[in-house]
Design a protein around this ligand. Structure first.
Ligand code: 5AD
Length: 319
């Protein structure tokens, strides 16, 4: 479907959004069905060279103990996730130059031997590196654009630009990755018009996936005093993303569950069809503090079974 920015802005501001939720839910059922994909999320390094003002991993946060997983441990954790029933693993980290392109490429090759799909989410890199990882077997890449307003982007990311970010997304698409963008709801300075622009940018890039979550202030960042994003507005953006990108994979983001567990379940009736579950080793999980969040310390298999049960309780089919 195509909408103008003004139309999307008007939708986002509606008093009663029920009709659009129902449309998004019906479209989701028709295009991607009742299946909810469960992805394993392995957070392998919390070192980051970037200065993103909202993120607890940003390079200036001296309070955070940093960790890096050894490539061998990444591979064995992925194998364990595979045995627990996962078909996709997302390898996520800060932008950590300690890992060379070759090291990540080798990890991808080894994990691909399990038969799992591999999603990478480790930031901005030259097109040649993205191409190399694709050649090693990586299937998907997640790189949220965070905000489509170039001025707001520059304020929140003193060391980079929206232009560079979007160029990376276009490279990923060109190379043939299933490409994931996404953005936060409630960033200080964001308006409904910005969110409308965020949605249109996903569509313009041709994103195959989109992570849309509420902003959560982190106490060790410059945005510590800011107000968290609205969960209602997050669900509205997910529903509109479904209308704009009918076949996309849209996760119920972890951040949504942090602010309100019920809304994380509820978003599955607003267009979402994916959930991620951490398989990060328990001693490291608590250090991957993008935003403050409680974490569960069950083992990988138990975590998977819990998530499957949650999905079944919503009358949807876990895969
Ligand atoms: N609140 C909510 N989401 C955040 N992210 C980063 N910091 C925060 C925060 N404080 C999101 C960004 C990033 C993804 C991994 O997590 O969209 O791309």
């Amino acid at each position: 479907m195509t909408y103008t920015r003004k139309q999307l802005e008007t939708f986002l501001a509606l008093e009663d959004f029920q009709e659009i939720y129902a449309q998004a839910d019906a479209l989701r059922a028709e295009t991607v069905g009742d299946i909810v994909h469960i992805r394993a999320l392995l957070e392998f390094s919390n070192h980051c060279k970037r200065l993103c003002c909202y993120c607890g991993l940003n390079a200036t946060d001296k309070n955070l103990p940093r960790f890096r997983m050894d490539p061998r441990d990444m591979i064995s954790t992925a194998q364990e996730a595979c045995q627990a029933g996962y078909k996709t693993i997302v390898l996520q980290s800060g932008e950590d130059p300690w890992y060379t392109p070759d090291m990540i490429g080798e990890v991808v090759k080894q994990i691909k031997k399990t038969g799992m799909a591999v999603t990478l989410s480790c930031g901005e890199h030259p097109e040649s590196v993205y191409q190399y990882w694709r050649d090693c077997g990586a299937d998907r890449y997640l790189l949220e654009h965070e905000t489509s307003d170039p001025k707001l982007y520059a304020t929140l990311h003193p060391d980079s630009s929206l232009e560079a970010r979007v160029a990376c997304l276009r490279s990923l698409k060109r190379i043939g990755y299933e490409t994931g963008g996404g953005f936060m709801i409630g960033l200080p300075g964001q308006t409904l018009s910005t969110i409308a622009g965020d949605l249109l940018l996903l569509q313009e890039i041709g994103c195959d996936m989109a992570g849309i979550g509420p902003f959560i202030p982190h106490p060790d960042t410059p945005l510590r005093e800011a107000t968290p994003g609205s969960t209602e507005l997050t669900k509205r953006a997910v529903a509109l993303a479904r209308l704009l990108l009918p076949r996309a994979n849209l996760p119920a983001t972890t951040a949504l569950g942090v602010l309100d567990d019920a809304q994380k379940e509820n978003v599955f009736s607003c267009g979402a069809n994916v959930i991620m579950r951490k398989v990060t080793p328990n001693n490291l999980k608590k250090l991957y503090q993008i935003y403050p969040a409680a974490f569960s310390d069950v083992d990988i298999r138990t975590g998977r079974l819990e998530t499957e049960a949650e999905i079944r309780s919503l009358n949807r089919t876990p895969v």
